[in-house]
Structures are given as structure tokens and as C-alpha cells.
Ligand binder design. Structure first.
Ligand SMILES: [Zn+2]
Length: 302
């Protein structure tokens, strides 16, 4: 039995799947806030619970986590759960649990879950995108997660926004220290900030409110969503031109707005390197498993 752990900022979810993708075990607990040793112990308690519930040993544990592990020293970097940063999470968990542990970030888990038995299960190569608080990506080829020698595969969110107009330069500051990153334009907070910059209206403070305002006829809100779609199309076109995935799965809260997929199909051909009129073969999909993708992908890491 392989246990998947989705280590989030507010909850830790654990699951064991059968070969058909059904949950044999599933449990959620609150994440100990800002406490790394307590987080390790919480994961240990979930392993014990799974073994008691199913009466079998857990032979390996896959963990989906924020940020990424540096391949050189194993230390976690760029995690918004900051108590993880600088920690050797894989080595510490293996020492505590006395069994193999694999790590991946949340976008890796989305891509692996959807490529294995989700919406992209028939696709040979799958790029999973998370548009949420940040912008991440994960890359799965023939069912195998590809993380790369720098552990950077999928980190397209910190490329500059392509084909920027003069008004878009140098672009909003990103937490990574650069300006005009894709994440600084396309994340949920970035989308709302774009609206506020254009309108000086501070009453809309999250993506659902912005989408709702557009649906109610707020012209500026609709224009903000349209700009976001066009920018996303430019960013995805560079991915398609570089690696040409069979499918792109769009996860995260910002991907859930109505009409986005159709709008992207309309906007992409202008930026993809295909002769005019050639139909785009790339599948642009929404995830089959929504919020469960993290734990499902983690359970598929072995
Ligand atoms: Zn950045």
C-alpha cells in the first residue's frame, strides 16, 4: 500500500487508492501552524491511522507539498508554508517513518493524478497548471513525472509574460524579485490587482467577486477577465511551442471561471507556431478530481 499525503497550509490530507482509483482510506487533519517537528509527527500519525484502518503496512509514502526540494541538498525552497523552507523534508520523513518517501509539488501532483486516471488519462504528455495564489506547473510524460536536474520542470510562472505591450512593461513586481513574471499577471491576487490598477476600485478583493461583477454587467470587470484570458493564451502558447503537450490541464481556483476553455481555444491560434487555419490539436482540459488532485497525485508518486 502506498500512502499519499497532501501537505497544505491549513490541512494535511492522507489517502490510499486502489488500482482503479477508488479511495481505500482518506483522512484530513489540521496542519500544525508554523511547527515543522509537529508537522512531521502529524504525517506519522496519518501513516499509523491508515495501517490500523486497513490492517496492512504502508510500504511507501508520497508527499505533495508547497515549494520544491533543491536536488543538490534536498532542502525545501519557495514554500508558502514557510516552516518547511530550508528543511530536508524527504530525509527527515524517511528517518521518522523508516520507509521510502518521495516528494513533489502540488502542480506535479495535479499533472500526475490527471494523467494517471483523470481527464488526461489517454494523453501521452500532460502539462498540469495551477492558477491559484501562485502559478505553478507540473510535467508528466508517458505517465512519469519529469522534475528535471534543477527540480524546475513546470516552473513557467516565473518566465516573463510573453509578447508584452509597452503598457505591460516592466510589469508588476513578483515575490521572486523579478518584474512581469507570468505569476505576477495570472495568479488570483494578480488578477484582482490588475482590476484595481485599472479602476482604482478597491471594493472587489477576490476572484469570485470579480467574476460575479462581470456576470452582473460590470464592464471593467469583464475587460479585466478578457485581458487575463489573452495573457494566459500568450503564456500557454509558449509552452505549446516549446514542449507541445498532448494536454494541458488547468487547475486552481482562477481556472474555474465560466467560458475560460472556449475563450482560450479562440485566443491560442494567434500565438501558436502553426500555419493559419491549421486546427490546434492540444487538449485544454479542466481537472476531473478538483481539490483531490493533490492527494491522488501524491498517492501515485510510487
Ligand atoms: Zn517571479
Amino acid at each position: 500500500m502506498h500512502l499519499g499525503i497532501d501537505l497544505g497550509g491549513t490541512k494535511i490530507e492522507a489517502a490510499i487508492l486502489d488500482a482503479a482509483g477508488n479511495f481505500l482510506f482518506r483522512e484530513r487533519i489540521a496542519t500544525p501552524q508554523g511547527d515543522y517537528p509537529a508537522t512531521l509527527c502529524a504525517i506519522q500519525s496519518l501513516v499509523s491511522k491508515a495501517e490500523s484502518a486497513l490492517g496492512q503496512p504502508v510500504v511507501a509514502v508520497g508527499v505533495g507539498h508547497p515549494g520544491s526540494a533543491n536536488p543538490l541538498d534536498g532542502r525545501i525552497r519557495n514554500a508558502n508554508s514557510t516552516c518547511l523552507n530550508g528543511q530536508t523534508l524527504q530525509a527527515d520523513l524517511q528517518a521518522l517513518l523508516q520507509r521510502p518517501v518521495k516528494l513533489a509539488n502540488d502542480a506535479d501532483c495535479l499533472a500526475l493524478s490527471e494523467a494517471t486516471d483523470g481527464v488526461a488519462r489517454a494523453c501521452a504528455s500532460v502539462f498540469g497548471v495551477i492558477l491559484g495564489t501562485g502559478v505553478g506547473g507540473g510535467w508528466v510524460i508517458h505517465g512519469q513525472l519529469h522534475q528535471g536536474p534543477n527540480g524546475l520542470a513546470g516552473e513557467w510562472g516565473h518566465n516573463p509574460l510573453p509578447i508584452s505591450s509597452p503598457e505591460e512593461l516592466p510589469g508588476p513586481a513578483c515575490y521572486c524579485g523579478k518584474k512581469g513574471c507570468i505569476e505576477a499577471w495570472l495568479s488570483g491576487p494578480a488578477l484582482v490587482a490588475d482590476y484595481q490598477r485599472q479602476t482604482h476600485d478597491q471594493t472587489i478583493t477576490d476572484v469570485p467577486a470579480l467574476v460575479n461583477a462581470a456576470a452582473q454587467g460590470n464592464h471593467n470587470a469583464q475587460q479585466t477577465l478578457d485581458r487575463h484570458t489573452q495573457r494566459l493564451a500568450r503564456a500557454l502558447a509558449t509552452l505549446i511551442n516549446a514542449v507541445d503537450p498532448a494536454a494541458i490541464v488547468l487547475g486552481g481556483g482562477v481556472s474555474q471561471r465560466p467560458g475560460l476553455i472556449n475563450d482560450l481555444y479562440a485566443a491560442l491560434p494567434a500565438h501558436v507556431f502553426l500555419p493559419a487555419g491549421t486546427p490546434l490539436q492540444t487538449k485544454i482540459l479542466l481537472p476531473a478530481f478538483g481539490d483531490s488532485s493533490g492527494v491522488r497525485g501524491a498517492a501515485r508518486l510510487f
